[in-house]
Design a protein around this ligand. Sequence first.
Ligand SMILES: Nc1nc2c(c(=O)[nH]1)N[C@H]1C(S)=C(S)[C@@H](COP(=O)(O)OP(=O)(O)OC[C@H]3O[C@@H](n4cnc5c(=O)[nH]c(N)nc54)[C@H](O)[C@@H]3O)O[C@H]1N2
Ligand SMILES: Nc1nc2c(c(=O)[nH]1)N[C@H]1C(S)=C(S)[C@@H](COP(=O)(O)OP(=O)(O)OC[C@H]3O[C@@H](n4cnc5c(=O)[nH]c(N)nc54)[C@H](O)[C@@H]3O)O[C@H]1N2
Ligand SMILES: [Mo]
Length: 756
Amino acid sequence: MVQKRDVPGIRPYDAPAGGWGALKATAIAIRDQMDVLEAPITLLHMNKPDGFDCPGCAWPDKEHTSTFQFCENGAKAVTWEATSKRVTPEFFADHTVTELLGWSDFHLENEGRLTHPMVYDARTDTFQPIEWDQAFAQIGQTLRGLGDPNMAEFYTSGRASNEAAFLFQIFAREYGSNNFPDCSNMCHEATSVGLPYSIGIGKGTVSLEDFDHCELIIAMGHNPGTNHPRMMGTLHEVSRRGAPIIVFNPLRERALERFTDPQNPIEMGTFGSTPIASTYYQLKVGADAAVLKGVMKALIEKDDAAHDVLDHAFITEHTNGFEAFAADLRATAWESIEAVSGFTRAQLAEVAAAYARSNATIITYGMGITQHSRGTANVQQIANLLLLKGNFGKPGAGICPLRGHSNVQGNRTVGITEKPSIPMFEGIERTFGFKPPRHHGHDSVAAMEAIADGRSKVLICLGGNFAVALPDPERCEAGMRKLELAVHLGTKLNRSHLLVGKQSIILPVLGRTERDIQASGPQAITVEDSMSMVHASRGRLNPASEQLRSESAIVAGMAMATLPASKVPWAELIADYDRIRDAIEGVFPDFRDYNQRIRHPGGFRLPLPPTMRKWTTASGKAEFLLFNGLEEDPAVTDKTILKLTTIRSHDQYNTTIYGLNDRYRGVFGRRDVLFVNEADLAELGLAHGDLVQVETALPSGEPRRLRLTAIAHDIARGSIAAYYPEANGLVPLDYRDKESGTPSYKSVPVRIRRAA
Ligand SMILES: Nc1nc2c(c(=O)[nH]1)N[C@H]1C(S)=C(S)[C@@H](COP(=O)(O)OP(=O)(O)OC[C@H]3O[C@@H](n4cnc5c(=O)[nH]c(N)nc54)[C@H](O)[C@@H]3O)O[C@H]1N2
Ligand SMILES: Nc1nc2c(c(=O)[nH]1)N[C@H]1C(S)=C(S)[C@@H](COP(=O)(O)OP(=O)(O)OC[C@H]3O[C@@H](n4cnc5c(=O)[nH]c(N)nc54)[C@H](O)[C@@H]3O)O[C@H]1N2
Ligand SMILES: [Mo]
């Protein structure tokens, strides 16, 4: 191999994922953020029956009753929220908004927790303290003065509780809007939109227990060592009992190669580790559909010969569309599949053979599948593969989308959607006595387009960092500047808060870890994990400031100030959250006996019809759905074009940057890098460490460029990767999956050249 030059901050990481490195990183997170005496007690109450739900990821816990489950990135999420640092009115008095906009995302959030409601003062270019009632009055007045309720947007980021999210949608709908952009629109919308056509519901079908019985896992497009760290315990167990785990990922992610379980004293004591992937396929970015079609074609061919590969009884009894689907695969040439997927027929047949051997298969997937211009169709190909062998409604089998935010799935279940259903309308009318608007509203991209075009004038954000999470920061910033009113409910200061319009208000909220006391006493909130388990979460820490209010109370405050004749008993609901849950149950019958059932440790599971082989599709059967062709973007044929994917580092939570390291990928103290295959570098006449210009190569639109340092990395040829959100300027706002509206953050055609 050619001797690589030294590039600052880039050095190979040879150790397994997890292990002592993870323990050390946890200790540092605690030291940097928290009062060291409070930290151990806080972390001990994480994911315990009487404790709080980890705000990190949505992976479930065994019955939510397990002993202390160690997880580095969960600890980072908790210590980041439970930090002893504060952003006070004095801080805002000392720094103009213009100055703060020059700070990095890391520095903004690292200042600590917001302590006081603040309002923007244009004269001094600073945020000034405001009393809660005044803030609510100002919001109410602006909303009432808006000519048309459809000119207001109500954004939800998936950390909000079921209670807060439910009240938020009731508030907006009584006000008259169905505009519900939410983080799910940038995340698993392809799952929410695609799976109902396939299997009747837009959620995963497996439970944790299924992982004890599966005979094969196929893991596509997710990075659990960083983003779903508690899943590593599960994968570790599956691997140790000898079930194969086949991985499809363009990057060699260390945690998918080998992992040391910090809970395992022997592995820790002996510096041992367990291999995770049995086979690791480094596919090209965007080649998932071609791979899946190749594997399914191999299965059909095998079955055509022997008739003993597929589950014909299941296909006949439970599915529709098999013949057309099989015909499409038979008609697709192997040469095309090989060319687009990058794998040989023999390689894909090997995966098919492993799948054919397994009596119970789980397919897990993440953003590597959904954030593509054909993300919805990608998800449906995964469902097709599972249907071929009846991998629904039997132990150890099913589909497992790895959800994002810890309660993004719950937010959806309690009605955060811009395309509301008739039963929900009826439920709202039955429960509250008002008729919600029936037309469809805006999702995330549509909301920002409306804001940027001046059609929408008010944006209320229940958490999140909307303008930074979306593609095209320039367009988002210009849009935010045009707003009549922006309201942000948040725990920490971020860039979206600083993109001030005419009026901007920041409202500080209680976090998950903090005690929430209302008129009837201490309150619990509820959340739903990736596997449809709903359970209670109770914070224990003293609030970061006496001024903080719960998200639910703030939503109620805004609603009362906006809708003086509201039919909703806001004050009563806030006095006792059991009443909010009764109302949720009133609107959504699946939550029957909600308050009783969350009082059991571990909570309860929402109904999942496919687990009983019941299909709530239009036809009453599961559907085989076609993916036309093989490529996600057949228009891109130029061979000099590379596919850029945007990914999370190990030290970040979405737009929240905890630190500048990405340990497992060997990047330390910087984020301005572009991961490139060594052979591609050579072919482009570039060297490891060269400064390059990345330019979006889509036929239309204005030029989009970004300078990064190219580094040689173990990534599939033709594919390159950069960090989110730094690379969001390379993604046009309208480059998205047509069916789900999800931005194609994971497949941007680009060209790169040495920067001048
Ligand atoms: N610590 C931490 N936890 C998190 C988050 C966080 O930022 N930090 N974010 C939360 C949220 S909101 C979400 S949605 C999840 C995200 O969890 P993931 O889905 O794991 O997130 P990403 O980092 O976006 O990366 C996805 C993986 O897909 C791979 N990939 C990229 N392009 C392709 C492709 O075309 N095909 C395939 N097969 N793979 C591809 C990348 O190499 C990467 O390994 O995690 C949640 N949990
Ligand atoms: N290029 C690219 N862009 C992406 C992605 C990608 O993979 N690539 N991923 C997309 C995905 S999957 C997602 S989910 C979105 C994320 O989009 P968002 O959910 O909007 O972003 P976050 O960074 O999670 O939001 C962080 C902010 O949330 C606030 N916050 C934290 N905890 C709480 C809380 O308990 N309550 C309240 N009210 N506020 C809180 C804090 O103020 C913090 O600054 O980004 C999307 N954007
Ligand atoms: Mo997400």
